[in-house]
Design a protein around this ligand. Structure first.
Ligand code: MOS
Length: 706
């Protein structure tokens, strides 16, 4: 493998709103998603799979009677822990299903029903009789049980940090804001439910093969997770994800349903097995964001200058597998303060494993931090934007490194202008329009810029100036296919129409997950490396059939700079004086994210993030019943997400910017920052409207009715 340190690419296609290269397939219904696959080379039609789930939160499976299910004419097999194929590695407690009789959460997979039709599979699952022995369990996050200190928080960050002397910093403060903030459990709820089609076969040498069409954010990641558990080599597992209807992090790693499909396929004699997870089942076992509790203490001088910041986060993990959301991590780098302490403590519960949801850590953490800053601005009688200006750090407070581009205040200034922000301290509860209280609020946004190592790209000449560019990346609806085409075109110095981009298949070179807003940065830099390698090897007018493959290496920039993106969010909120109904007529985000590669798809990412933040602010809340351990809100009728009527004026713009130190494209990643700070801006605006301080999302109407 050649390692190339890619050089900066001149933007030609980059920066233009190239139409989505897969737009036509999608709008005409030609795009085949994971549950649409009907592989022709397999023996027989796909079998359908249905999950049988536990009804207790902790316990043991005593007996499973499959007699009635097997009597059903459409049912082919019932698989439980006594009959499921054995895994060779069961260390991943979420994926190692049906290996023993233990039940770790309510809704866990305890049996599988394979049938000739989806209706027969579902009916068969109803006919399986499971007798469970319930045991004592705990499924409620509370301040008094979130005491476990994880070794690391996602992704491999320090659990606790302290710089300076926080107690001394608080003691010298003239103003103290001390408050507790809460965010709700949330379920990712992408448009396309999770789905997998899988089958086993043999290659020409007789070695076993496993093939999957999976709705995933990372094909290589799924193969890497499954292969060692199944006792096969990674190259024996092929995963494809040609189209994915969103993920928001819930498809960032394989969940148990993928293993269920693979185990069922083992007993299906080469026939493909298809599992389409239902919307309700997604609330049981395909990931969610933990609720969080953030205890904040901000100490400041009378002029608003911070003397100390303390953020103690409490949240939950699952007894089956540890996941620790990095809720306090943005507090480590956001504002200047000589003294700072952050920590994370978890309740270890008998619940499904929490996982990534758009801006894990930054989203709940910045809700707390940015409402606390609004409270501090109020206490100091300061314009909340001015408060942030007074606490701009000269360097990254966490690392001591200079930010390569931190234009937070430029975002605020431009946003204030565009939004029509009235400078000065807020005067809560003083503006009314008929029956509506009216207020405005702001919050900062931040998200780290990440580039993942280990990516490889291949460039091949097709003749007549055309090129095939291959990398096993996934487009989950973000527009990755389109922007990677643009990056490849510019790196090769050709028109975008000359690029035949191949992605979404582990048969293509290694690519990391579409997550952490790192996809375009990681894959794009690698494509640039391969393109520059190709040109160096084969020149500007290559014959057909020539190739180059490369990975991108970085210099020492990461030791010299701190790479983060920033944004300023503005919200106007109206609260009805009699009903407490809350409306958001205007929402604006202004971002500092490096070069925007495709304004059309980027705008869609920002707007989507803002809408998701609005949705979190007003609606999203998964209700878990601690008496039974399950999520009660198991559909989109009871788990509310913002709909068209809720989203009124939402706008996003960005600074003209590029950061060639971070990627050769000058870009930094944009998928997550739109959700960060947005809920705080809404809550702060609601306070400005009514004088009622809300320290918890969702901000529901009842909180304003007195
Ligand atoms: Mo994102 S939550 O890292 O897929």
């Amino acid at each position: 493998m050649t390692e190339v340190r890619p050089e900066t690419v001149t933007a030609r296609s980059m920066g233009t709103s190239l139409d989505r290269v897969d737009g036509a397939e999608k709008v005409t219904g030609q795009a085949a998603y994971a549950a649409d696959q009907h592989p022709a080379e397999t023996p027989g039609r796909p079998l359908s799979l249905w999950l049988v789930q536990s009804t207790v939160a902790r316990g043991r499976v005593l007996t499973i009677d499959d007699t009635a299910a097997l009597d059903h004419p459409g049912v082919v097999a019932v698989i439980d822990h006594t009959s499921a194929p054995r895994l060779v590695d069961v260390s991943n407690g979420e994926l190692a299903i049906l290996q023993d009789d233990r039940i770790g959460f309510r809704g866990q997979i305890v049996a599988l029903v394979l049938a000739e039709s989806v209706e027969a599979a579902r009916e068969g699952a109803r006919l399986v009789e499971v007798v469970e022995e319930p045991q004592e369990f705990e499924a409620e996050l509370r301040e008094d049980n979130a005491t476990y200190r994880p070794e690391k928080v996602n992704p491999a960050k320090e659990t606790d940090t302290e710089t300076g002397d926080v107690d001394a910093g608080l003691a010298e403060a003239e103003i103290l804001v001390e408050a507790t903030y809460r965010t709700a459990y949330e379920h990712n709820s992408p448009m396309e439910p999770h789905a997998t089609t899988a089958w086993w076969g043999r290659d020409e040498d007789g070695a076993e093969t496993l093939t999957l069409f999976d709705s995933t954010q990372g094909v290589h990641g799924v193969a890497n997770a499954l292969a060692p558990m199944l006792g096969v080599e990674k190259h024996q597992v092929r995963v494809m994800a040609p189209y994915v209807g969103g993920g928001f992090g819930s498809k960032g790693e394989a969940h148990a349903h993928v293993m269920a499909t693979v185990l069922a396929a083992r007993v299906a004699s080469g026939r493909p097995v298809r599992l389409a997870v239902t919307r309700q089942q997604m609330f049981d076992l395909t990931g969610y964001r933990t609720a969080t509790i953030s205890h904040f203490r901000l100490g400041a001088r009378a002029d608003g200058t911070l003397t100390a910041i303390e953020h103690e986060a409490q949240e939950q993990t699952s007894r089956l597998r540890e996941f620790a959301e990095q809720t306090a991590s943005p507090t480590r780098m956001m504002y200047a303060a000589p003294h700072r302490r952050t920590s994370h403590r978890l309740a270890v519960l008998d619940v499904a494993v929490p996982s990534w949801m758009r801006a894990p850590g930054e989203m709940p953490g910045m809700f707390a931090h940015e409402v606390a800053m609004d409270e501090l601005a109020q206490a100091c009688r300061l314009d909340p934007i001015e408060l942030r200006r007074r606490n701009e750090p000269a360097v990254d407070p966490e690392t001591g490194l200079p930010f390569d581009s931190r234009r937070l205040m430029d975002c605020f200034d431009r946003g204030a202008d565009r939004f029509g922000w009235t400078p000065g301290p807020r005067r809560p509860g003083t503006r009314r329009d008929g029956e509506w209280w009216v207020g405005t609020g702001v919050a900062s946004a931040t998200y780290p810029a990440m580039r993942m190592p280990g990516n490889v790209a291949r460039v091949g000449s097709l003749g007549e100036g055309r090129y095939r560019v291959s990398i096993g990346a996934v487009d989950i609806g973000t527009g990755a296919r389109t922007v990677l085409t643009q990056i490849a075109a510019d790196a090769l110095g050709v028109e975008a129409s000359c690029i035949d981009l191949r992605i979404a298949d582990t048969a293509l070179p290694m690519a990391t997950v579409a997550g952490g807003s790192s996809g375009t940065s990681s894959w794009g830099s690698t494509i640039v490396a391969a393109a520059q390698r190709f040109r160096a090897d084969h020149g500007a007018e290559p014959a057909a059939g020539l190739r180059a493959e490369a990975s991108a290496v970085r210099g020492d920039e990461a030791e010299r700079f701190s790479f983060h993106s920033f944004g300023a969010v503005f919200a106007e909120v109206r609260v009805h004086r009699y009903t407490g109904e809350l409306r958001v007529p205007r929402l604006l985000g202004v971002y500092n994210v490096g070069r925007v590669i495709n304004p059309r798809t980027a705008r869609s990412q920002f707007l989507g993030g803002l809408v998701m933040g609005l949705s979190a602010a007003l609606f999203e809340e998964s209700m878990r019943d601690p008496r039974f351990g399950h999520v009660v809100t198991r559909d989109l009728a009871t788990y509310h997400v913002a709909s068209h009527a809720d989203v009124q004026g939402v706008e996003a713009e960005w600074l003209d910017d590029e950061t060639p130190t971070f990627t050769p494209m000058g870009s930094r990643g944009i998928g997550e920052i739109g959700i960060v700070g947005t809920a705080a801006a809404v809550a702060n605006a609601a306070h400005d409207a009514t004088g009622v301080r809300i320290r918890e999302i969702p901000v529901t109407a009842d909180r304003f009715v007195r």
